[in-house]
Design a protein around this ligand. Structure first.
Ligand code: COI
Length: 353
């Protein structure tokens, strides 16, 4: 791998106690170009702007996918990733759907390890601190032909983070008009456009006092599918319920890890569609105990209440919530605090050869 190191690190200028999510980036980035039908030799470069022709395909047709993962540092300065194989497989699944060539596994892991070894000082110890890793790939060919590009750029950038959403109660609005994904579409892919399409409906929800939207099925807005940019979980009585994976649902790494941890901890799980009618009737009869979102960025995000048909429903606080229990268990595995019965942790070798 070609490597060019930054002449001077920016790290001494960073206020690690006041980080906003995804605003600051480390000193280096990983870059690999797809040209002439193959991925060329990857490079690690000083973090920098990239120059693109205004006609570049991604600006016009949105052929782009991304991933989100995190690196954690334990008390002994060892650096860990959490199930990185899952992110690798998913970016290629997303790429395939967007007609982007798949990325070689050895480039992905060698690039990631080298980047983390070089920028390891940016990973701060302590639960909550981590390095958010953003691999992404986009169509980089110049020209406005509406066809799959012949050239792509695969890049990995890293951002030190503390926690994602601001604290405070989160209320979500159940989607009655807009949809995030439809059958046969790209909902299961981490396609850039899936996120772009959420911004407008989310801004309308914000005006009505909701931080996020619970996305419902595009056919009848009857079943609850995702929460904002996260997968969604419900606790009805003592059962943990989440939507099954389909071509409309992102196969979240946090989602599937939470399901496994819950089962391992003796919590009864149900992977099945949950309707808005069932949500409201369980709320009315008092069996709806919790709703929470799950994703890499925030891990677990408790939802205090929801809005539907101009009515706001608020959940009572619960002692020993599933959200905090499951969050603690997953975080303890991620930070090498607890045993890892599932073999999910991946240690990054941070000594440079
Ligand atoms: C996540 O929850 O990890 C996400 O996908 C959010 C990300 C788009 C910032």
């Amino acid at each position: 791998m070609n490597t060019i190191l930054a002449q001077k690190s920016k790290i001494s200028n960073i206020d690690f106690d006041n980080l906003n999510f995804g605003e600051i980036f480390t000193d280096h980035m990983f870059v690999c170009d797809f040209i002439n039908g193959k991925w060329s030799t990857p490079e690690i470069l000083p973090y920098q702007s990239i120059q693109l022709d205004p006609s570049t395909s991604v600006f016009h047709y949105g052929q782009a996918v991304f991933e989100g993962m995190k690196a954690y540092k334990d008390d002994e300065d060892r650096v860990w990733l959490f199930r990185p194989d899952q992110n690798f497989e998913r970016i290629n699944k997303s790429s395939k759907r967007l007609s982007i060539p798949e990325f070689p596994k050895e480039y992905f892991f060698e690039g990631l390890e080298k980047l983390l070894a070089i920028d390891k000082d940016w990973i701060r110890k302590g639960v909550g601190n981590s390095l958010y890793i953003r691999p992404f790939v986009f169509a980089s060919q110049a020209g406005v032909q509406a066809t799959a590009s012949n050239a792509y750029k695969f890049i990995i950038i890293c951002s030190p983070v503390a926690s994602y959403y601001a604290s405070g109660d989160v209320y979500v609005q159940v989607a009655e008009k807009y949809s995030r994904a439809a059958s046969g579409g790209v909902g299961y892919a981490k396609a850039a456009g899936n996120y772009a399409a959420q911004f407008y409906p989310t801004s309308l929800a914000l005006k009505e006092g909701y931080q996020q939207i619970i996305w419902t099925d595009a056919n009848n807005h009857e079943f609850l599918e995702e929460a904002g940019t996260m997968n969604i979980f419900f606790r009805i009585n003592d059962n943990l319920i989440t939507t099954p994976i389909s071509d409309r649902i992102l196969d979240g790494v946090t989602r599937k890890s939470i399901l496994k941890i819950a089962e391992y901890s003796g919590i009864k799980t149900e992977v099945r569609p949950l309707s808005i009618d069932e949500l409201i009737s369980s709320k009315k009869e008092g069996s709806l105990k919790e709703i929470f979102g799950a994703g890499t960025a925030v891990v677990v995000s408790p939802i205090k209440g929801f809005g539907y048909q101009n009515k706001k429903y608020t959940l009572d606080d619960v002692d020993e919530s599933f959200a905090s229990l499951l969050k603690e268990k997953i975080v303890n595995i991620q930070y090498n605090i607890a045993e890892d019965p599932f073999d999910w942790r991946y240690e990054v070798k941070t000594t440079l050869e």
